[in-house]
Ligand binder design. Structure first.
Ligand code: HEC
Length: 102
C-alpha cells in the first residue's frame, strides 16, 4: 500500500518536469549565450548589433557555418561560433527564426 502511494507521488512529481523539458528546445538552451551580446530573445534595440529574432533560418545557418570555417571573417563571431557543431548551429538558426522580429 505505502509502495503504491510512493509510486503515485513519484509519477505526479515527474509530470510537470517532463512537460517543462519538452517546451525548451535545444536551440533555445544554446541561445542563452547569444543573448549576452545580441539581446534577450534576440531583441537587441540599441542599433549596434543586428537583432537575431526573426532572422531567416537558412541565411543564419549559412552565415554561422561560414564564420566557423573562416570563409567569412568576423572579429567576434569567429570566436563565438567555433565551438558549436553544425547540428547546434542548425538548432540555433531554427530557434531564432521562430521568434517575433523586434
Ligand atoms: C561577445 C559578443 C557576441 C556573442 C556572445 C555572440 N555574438 Fe553574434 N555577433 C557579435 C558581433 C560583434 C557581430 C558582428 C560581426 C563581428 O564583428 O563578429 C555578430 C554578428 C552575428 C551575426 C551576423 C548578423 C548579420 O546579419 O550581420 C549572427 C547571425 C550572429 N552574430 C549570431 C550569433 C549567435 C547565434 C550567437 C550565439 C551562439 C552569437 N551571435 C553570440 C557579437 C556576439
Amino acid at each position: 500500500m505505502s509502495n503504491s502511494i510512493a509510486l503515485f507521488v513519484a509519477v505526479i512529481l515527474m509530470l510537470p518536469v517532463k512537460a517543462f523539458a519538452e517546451q525548451i528546445s535545444k536551440g533555445e538552451v544554446l541561445a542563452v549565450t547569444c543573448f549576452i551580446c545580441h539581446g534577450s530573445k534576440g531583441k537587441y534595440t540599441n542599433g549596434t548589433l543586428p537583432p537575431l529574432a526573426g532572422y531567416p533560418e537558412d541565411i543564419m545557418a549559412k552565415r554561422l557555418k561560414a564564420y566557423k570555417t573562416g570563409e567569412l571573417y568576423a572579429t567576434m563571431m569567429q570566436r563565438q561560433i567555433s565551438g558549436y557543431s553544425d547540428e547546434e548551429i542548425d538548432a540555433l538558426a531554427k530557434y531564432f527564426s521562430s521568434l517575433e522580429p523586434s
